[in-house]
Design a protein around this ligand. Structure first.
Ligand code: 13P
Ligand code: SF4
Length: 311
């Protein structure tokens, strides 16, 4: 049995030999984050993918993230360690059904969260991530009608924050973020009265209403740095705990438990499919590679570039 350190050594050697860069999301396993060249949230990862001068991008994350990297860097080889690493939120927005939805709502500006397939992005005017969703909506003319897809919880949150009640929402969600238990959260708040609740906007409204801060993974990490508290209740995927504990070793982070689970915290099983062994094999064989039809890629690129242009 090969241990993590041996896999990591092999990965570092292959990276150097092949001029490859590893981009990892905060939800991946700790040992994956440790071997990455860059760890970030969806927005920062797409910015890195657009800027890198590596020949190979090894994307340690889920499929839509690797696709986004390929859309932005078509001349680079983009590898995904496990193509089964999907996303329930992206899957909740089927491209054909979305096309019919758009036909039923003509004359709307189409905003989609990056957690979508490349086909959905190709039908989008401007993408957003959880970091910049509010900013993207505020950048749009006040007299234009808007469609927001696919996350109904993030969509509902941005409607509340921006006051734009005319946004039409697609009815999709992330199974991980919808599974946080409000009852268990309220019980934990009683046990830890000094702890602030930090939640990702993909959580359901009652959880967001109980939160002191709502933000993307990167925003949650930054919030702790500026807030300077000693204890926090965290309502997002469990992978973020690694970076939080590395960065703030003296702070107590308590995961908000899910409604039903055996592990006491919320894991995205897709993110956890990415292992050191799979990264190593992908770098060795330079497969599986993300391949996208050029016409679809070009149309999807416009929607992502429109987002990245919003500084
Ligand atoms: P971030 O935008 O915070 O990276 O979130 C991505 C994601 O998949 C949330 O479930
Ligand atoms: Fe998709 Fe949810 Fe996993 Fe994020 S946590 S990658 S939205 S399934």
């Amino acid at each position: 049995m090969v241990d993590n350190r041996t896999w990591a050594d092999k990965i570092r050697a292959l990276k150097e030999q092949k001029n490859a860069v590893i981009l990892a999301h905060y939800y991946t396993r700790p040992e994956v984050q440790q071997v990455a060249d860059f760890v970030g949230d969806s927005l920062a990862l797409s910015q890195q993918a657009a800027d890198t001068d590596a020949d190979i991008i090894q994307f340690a994350g889920v499929h839509f993230m690797a696709e986004t990297a390929k859309v932005l860097s078509p001349d680079k080889k983009v590898l995904i360690p496990d193509p089964e690493a999907g996303c329930s939120l992206a899957d909740s927005c089927d491209a054909e059904a979305f096309r019919r939805f758009l036909e039923a709502h003509p004359d709307h500006i189409v905003v989609t969260y990056v957690n979508t397939s490349v086909e959905v992005k190709a039908m989008t005017d401007i993408c957003c991530t959880s970091s910049n969703a509010v900013k993207v909506i505020r950048s749009l003319p006040a007299d234009r009608k808007i469609i927001f897809a696919p996350d109904r919880n993030l969509g509902d949150y941005i409607k509340r924050v921006t006051g734009r009640n005319d946004i039409v929402l697609w009815d999709g969600a992330c199974h991980v973020h919808e599974n946080f238990s409000l009852e268990k959260l309220l019980a934990l708040k009683k046990e830890h009265p000094g702890a602030k609740v930090l939640a990702h906007p993909e959580c359901k409204k009652p959880v967001l209403m109980a939160a002191d801060f709502v933000g993307s993974t990167a925003a949650i990490i930054d919030f702790v740095g500026t807030d300077g508290g000693r204890e926090y209740l965290i309502a997002t995927e469990s992978g973020i705990l690694f970076e939080l504990r590395e960065k703030y070793p003296d702070v107590n982070f308590i995961p908000v438990p899910p409604i039903d689970s055996t592990c006491g915290c919320n894991d995205c099983q897709y993110m956890k499919l990415v292992t050191l062994e799979k990264i190593c094999r992908a770098l060795e064989t330079e497969t599986p590679e993300v391949v996208i039809d050029e016409e679809i890629r070009r149309r999807a690129e416009r929607s992502i570039r429109n987002m990245l242009a919003l500084k």
